[in-house]
Design a protein around this ligand. Sequence first.
Ligand code: AAO
Length: 494
Amino acid sequence: MFLTKLSVLATLLALASAQFSPNYKDGRNGMVHLFEWKWDDIAAECENFLGPYGFAGLQVSPVNENAVIGGRPWWERYQPISYKLTTRSGNEQQFASMVKRCNAVGVRTYVDVVFNHMSANGNSRGTAGSQADPGSKSFPAVPFSTLDFNPTCSITNYNDPKNIRNCELVGLRDLNQGNSWVRDKIVDFLNHLVDLGVAGFRVDAAKHMWPADLAVIYGRVKNLNTAHGFNAGAKPYIFQEVIDLGGEAISKSEYTGLGAVTEFRHSDSIGKVFRGKDQLRYLVNWGTAWGFAASDRSLVFVDNHDNQRGHGAGGADVLTYKVPKQYKMASAFMLAHPFGTPRVMSSFAFSDTDQGPPTSDGSNIASPRFNSDMSCNNGWVCEHRWRQIYNMVGFRNAAANAQLQNWWDNGKNQIAFSRGNRAFVAFNNDGYDLSSSLQTGLPAGTYCDVISGSKSGSSCTGKSVVVGSDGRANISIRQNEQDGVLAIHVNAKL
Ligand code: AAO
């Protein structure tokens, strides 16, 4: 009897905590944010690249109708007009087909959901053709009216939770999630996406909503759609955008009971370390000791779509594709280290912070084109197609659940560690060469360094590393090498 009760309790606990699991397919790890990509292009990317290279998931830009804003800045997508699924990325049928095709090759979809607010802008037309009048808080395509919003006031004081949660973020009309009609509309929107086969949500501006309201909304979202291969009873993975760098009234701990949070301290700290403002040896206790949320509550990233261009909490230390050597080192560290649920940023090239994605005609989003080395052109950066990054997704998959072991450092900016006996990585951020005999933890053999090249048949297009019967290998990363990382793993054994 007691045991039965215990097992019922365990099952209930497992169900209650399921929204902390990303619902990845076994053997896969690593998510990519395909910022502003079109649905048809993503479907093809799942089949041609993400599936074959072991990616577990992808985050898409907001899927629901947004205000059409002059000059088509990227941020128009954060100004909702309705919950119709038509944007510059495509329509509902294209989105549904994309999710299905991605699930079929083992890649899960996470939607950036914007329900803190509606559009701020003038007399608006949306991307699905709906009209709205944000001035009078009228959004007939939902419908929402002035009754559904908090009274107008501006967010001016990050030391006042009421101001942060009941007022308007940069003038965006602030929905009242305590209102039952508003809750119904949000839950319908999320459940519709679950029906289409998504695996979870990034909740935009979660910090600007009351945790108690979010708890009710999340609690009403359906379990994932088993027709798309999810386990019965699986809940959507929820990662909430809560910027908490300290020094403000609202703490991420108010949200970590409800889901994961976007861990901005990870982005801030990893940027400082690989920019040389902190020594690599201090990474020995990377994790909660750095002020991060618990590993299963932390969605981690080097940069995101805001801070890579100075929006949100964008410090000067954030690393982006514009500083490729340091960016690749930081990304490799994030993917090699067991902490958190990592998300790789995939950008379009930009020179001004408002600039939208590349277009074919000033309005329609252009598709990425691919070079012979698999990298992108036509305005797209595609960090996820950089060998040093996608091969580290392969490293993370090879490492699986193996513990971090064999930590080594030179007392400064050269470090190395293994993931059990499955994978080994070394970094050199000093102004001189790394050349040492190090314990790799790996079985004896010759391995391909997946940073300088890739395994191709029985050979390696980059450096080879010979591991002796004692697990040691001579590791060399010269200061002037293109990359400051070396990585080997059991799936890259020659
Ligand atoms: C656009 C225009 C605005 C116009 C508005 C309405 O740019 O001029 O008023 O339309 O017409 C995005 C863009 C916005 C854009 C908006 C709507 O970034 O520029 O506004 O779409 O089109 C706060 C929020 C956070 C938010 C971030 C941008 O807390 O939720 O601002 N991020 C999300 C999305 C983002 C989107 C929205 C929300 C809106 O990811 O793409 O906006 O849907 C402090 C606070 C942070 C706060 C920042 C910025 O941060 O902690 O919570 O983020 O301030 O206000 C240090 C501190 C750090 C501090 C930071 C401030 O780093 O340590 O705590 O300084 O710089």
